[in-house]
Write a protein of this length. Structure first.
Length: 382
């Protein structure tokens, strides 16, 4: 099957990432999928001419308004994938809502990334409920193994020799709905008290006016940095080295940056909005905040209890099983108990054995053990 996939394809944006991933899956399934940048379409008839000339069998559009409006009256069947701002923001415009309703009536099906998004759309267009399907996104990260973290810090003007360095990354297109200025003041105030804390904002300059505002604001906000765009593989590598990924959006469909952070086992601090709450269970799979001061308290909790390291270790730590189990002493660390009581519902049982007395020949096997909500892991101290 020959398919047209219509989306706004600005590099390093969520829609472009989603479109590329869908294209890859369709190719793997044996179909031909041609990407078309909806933002570069000069008229609504351009896509009609394209589908006639290139003999497409069907079409997909990401974003009910930005992509879908170009498929109105299409001679080929098409489906819609909700983008996020279409249902959360554009629906407030009477003209856009009218266009989106007409597109949805013509579409064979529509895909929502969350149940909440489906319900919002169905509440506005009840007749379309049966054609809206919920399909959660899949994410695959590909961090560059040769990524130079220290050069990254140097380019960002972040001192790499700072003790206990904590770099938070806010990854988003620089546009109003992402609200990248939301946390600038609170992180800058925190940095003044603790110079090891830094916030890096990274993403394409979608809104030039807002980008200028951000640059001016950051000049007066020590500890906050506007970072250069980078290839996605390098971005994944930078995420893997940061302390936590932050999201401050006013609305989201389903944040690719949050999903990527989760895939990389990096803690997530996100604004408590429906799109984020749909994929983050507070104090379980991430931390949600409702205002800047709330985010500051949450982030400090992360830092004070070294949650980032503990989270990674307790989710994917290998269990070391020994022949002489009697020699393994039991120890509970207060800080870890505090974390388990205040952050996570699962109980973290922590064992330790002196590295000096560890006989590696007694190691039988390495295996990951996680069952019934309980994670067991061994810590070895010198």
């Amino acid at each position: 099957m020959r398919l047209l996939l219509l989306a706004c394809l600005r590099a390093q944006t969520g829609n472009a990432t989603t479109a590329a991933r869908i294209q890859s899956h369709l190719h793997d399934a044996g179909h031909i999928c041609v990407l078309k940048d909806a933002s570069r379409c000069e008229s609504l008839t351009e896509i009609a001419n394209l589908t006639s000339a290139d003999q497409f069998d069907a079409a997909l559009a990401i974003h009910l308004y930005k992509g879908g409006r170009h498929l109105q009256g299409s001679r080929i069947p098409f489906g819609i994938i909700f983008g996020g701002t279409d249902i959360n923001e554009d629906i407030r415009s009477e003209e856009k809502r009218r266009v989106m309703g007409a597109v949805l009536r013509e579409a064979r099906f529509a895909v929502a990334f969350t149940t909440e998004m489906k319900e919002l759309a169905a509440a506005e267009w009840p007749d379309a409920r049966k054609k809206i399907y919920v399909q959660y996104q899949g994410i695959r990260t590909t961090p560059t193994e040769t990524f130079d973290w220290y050069r990254f810090l140097q380019n960002a003007d972040i001192p790499a020799d700072t003790d206990d360095l904590r770099v938070f990354l806010l990854i988003c297109g620089l546009r109003r709905v992402k609200d990248p200025l939301y946390l600038v003041d609170v992180f800058s105030d925190w940095h003044r008290k603790e110079p090891s804390v830094h916030l890096g904002i990274i993403g394409p300059a979608v809104d030039p006016l807002l980008t200028t505002e951000i640059k001016e604001k950051i000049k007066r906000a020590p500890g906050v940095h506007l970072l250069q765009e980078m290839p996605q593989d390098d971005l994944h590598a930078a995420m893997r080295r940061c302390f936590a990924v932050v999201n401050s959006s006013i609305s989201e469909g389903m944040s690719a940056a949050i999903l990527e952070a989760m895939d990389l086992n990096i803690p997530v601090l996100a604004r408590n909005i429906p799109g984020n709450a749909a994929i983050i269970k507070h104090k379980d799979t991430g931390l949600l905040f409702s205002d800047p001061q709330d985010s500051n308290s949450t982030a400090k909790l992360l830092k004070n209890f070294l949650l980032a390291q503990t989270w990674i270790e307790c989710q994917s730590f290998s269990l070391m099983v020994f022949k002489d189990k009697a020699t393994i002493s039991f120890c509970c660390f207060l800080s870890l108990q505090t974390i388990s009581n205040t952050i996570f519902k699962p109980l973290f049982t922590v064992y330790h054995k002196s590295r000096a007395t560890l006989d590696q020949e007694n190691v039988i096997k390495l295996e990951h053990l996680q069952f019934q909500g309980i994670s067991h892991c061994f810590y070895f101290q010198d």
